[in-house]
Design a protein around this ligand. Structure first.
Ligand SMILES: [Zn+2]
Length: 487
């Protein structure tokens, strides 16, 4: 990142990839057959003639032989420490493996044949609370988990991710994967230059998938230390709030009625729902006033409306481009999407969770509500920035599957044109999350001078249907100009 270019003197590249397809995914949709990299930056994208003069004696030249280069994948919601501690298990994998699985599999003791189907399945689908012994207990365990996740995601072409929720409320948590110490471990690993991907962190002042209290939240916010050595590699972006639970657990706050006549609730503490809503708004206001980004786990339509109201009020008081976003957004309404677009709010969503849990939503709120849930295509059409992510280890951190799932989920709501459809999916894992990170000026595309974060795919995605992506191998991953994975 420290490359200082003397004007007119290009000098030799350190790495050249040629003889394939390069998709820059920039605004001009630049495509080439070759790319040159130097000092951690893209030097040029073009044809053979463009990169030939940049090849020197010490340039590594990779013949793509028809393979494709795309910007590195940015999984914008991925619990890497938890993933590294659990892998190859995932929350859904454990659930689907059947009853009595001993792997961590969600609250309520994990799925068993006896458990009520919604409760067991839903607990596995979202809450991040495993049964059994602590997954990670000490510094060595935290290091191992983060590094293991780093290796895994490098092998998948992921070059950036957001670790969504680390903080003191989880210091005694059941997993050991979300406490304040995990952020310290990240700081240490970064200072050792041991991270394999760029990491954004959302601080957490409450319990993951659990309650938070206004006083503790405000105190935590005041004491938040955002200092990191190299923010391009490790950045404390903002704050995560768990506003509500999820619909299948009857926890999402919604205008629709659950079978027992209830409407769900908020996770934020307060004497009654009105007070809880006011406290949530106060938390959001405080985050905004401090100039921090806000990522809110919000699934119910009423919860989302409350979040949008609070962001609107905070933005009216102190206009700022902070890129707040709703995470999951299960029951977001067209009206809320329209307001989110106007406020510059994003939507961070996991199509695989939508596909797996929609039947449970139908079970508690009816088919019609389920059919309108997770309106990914509609959100994009409305102009909302939609970033796709895995929520790993809830799902496996495989963006290829994520794109296939998103495409299937959107169905007719995605563009009819196959190339536009694929580009939209690629953007949702590169360009859009770079914007979420406030980093669209230097990462997420392969235009000249952008960060040399890229991956090489066995085949050109623009010549494939999304459903074929999961079978396409990732051959090479480069972060900051350095090869971090090679098949
Ligand atoms: Zn999550």
């Amino acid at each position: 990142m420290q490359g200082v270019e003397r004007s007119g003197a290009e000098g030799p590249a350190e790495l050249v990839l040629r003889g394939g397809t390069v998709l820059a995914l920039d605004a001009a949709d630049t495509r080439g057959t070759a790319i040159a990299v130097r000092h951690g930056r893209v030097l040029a994208v073009g044809d053979e003639a463009r990169v030939a003069p940049l090849i020197g004696r010490r340039t590594r030249v990779v013949d793509l032989e028809g393979r494709a280069v795309i910007p590195g994948i940015n999984d914008s919601h991925l619990h890497a420490a938890w993933l590294g501690a659990m892998w190859p298990d995932t929350v859904f994998g454990a659930m689907e493996a059947g009853a009595g699985a001993e792997v961590p599999s969600g609250g309520h003791g994990g799925p068993t044949a006896e458990a009520a189907p919604f409760e067991a399945s839903a607990a596995a689908a979202d809450p991040h609370v495993p049964a059994g012994p602590r997954l990670v207990d000490d510094e060595a365990g935290r290091r191992r988990a983060i590094l293991r996740a780093g290796e895994l995601i490098a092998s998948l072409g992921i070059t950036s991710y957001t670790e969504p929720g680390l903080g003191p409320g989880e210091d005694d948590g059941a997993t050991g994967c979300f406490g304040q110490a995990v952020l310290e471990t990240y700081r240490t690993l970064e200072s050792e230059r041991a991270l394999r991907a760029r990491v954004n962190v959302l601080a957490l002042f409450g319990v993951l998938d659990g309650p938070s209290e206004l006083r503790a939240f405000l105190a935590g916010l005041r004491g938040l230390d955002r200092q990191t050595e190299r923010p391009a590699w490790l950045r404390v972006a903002g704050v995560k709030i768990f506003a509500d639970g999820i619909p299948p657990m009857l926890q999402a706050w919604t205008a629709h009625a659950y079978p027992d006549g209830s409407h769900g609730d908020l996770l934020v503490g307060g004497g009654d729902l009105g007070q809880r809503a006011a406290n949530l708004a106060e938390m959001i206001r405080a985050v905004h006033r401090q100039g921090l980004q806000l990522g809110v786990h919000a699934t119910g339509d009423r919860t989302i409306d409350q979040v949008v109201d609070a962001v609107e009020a905070a933005a009216a008081e102190a206009p700022a481009d902070l890129r707040h976003y709703v995470i999951h957004g299960d029951l977001v309404t067209p009206g809320a999407l329209e307001r989110m677009r106007g406020l510059g709010m994003g939507l961070n969503v996991q199509a695989g969770i939508a596909a797996k849990t929609a039947p449970w939503v139908a079970g508690v709120l009816g088919e019609e509500v389920a059919a309108a849930a997770w309106p990914i295509g509609r959100a994009i059409e409305a102009g909302v920035r939609v970033s796709l992510s895995s929520d790993a280890p809830v799902l496996a951190p495989d963006w290829r599957q994520g794109m296939a799932d998103a495409d299937a989920w959107m169905g007719a709501a995605a563009p009819a044109d196959a190339e536009r459809r694929m580009l939209q999916l690629l953007h949702a894992y590169t360009v859009v999350p770079a914007h979420q990170d406030g980093a669209e000026g230097w990462k997420g595309t392969l235009a000249p001078r952008m960060a040399a974060d890229l991956c090489v795919l066995e085949a050109n995605p623009l010549e494939l249907a999304p459903a074929e992506l999961p079978d396409v191998a990732v051959d090479l991953t480069v972060v900051d100009g350095d090869v971090v994975f090679e098949r």
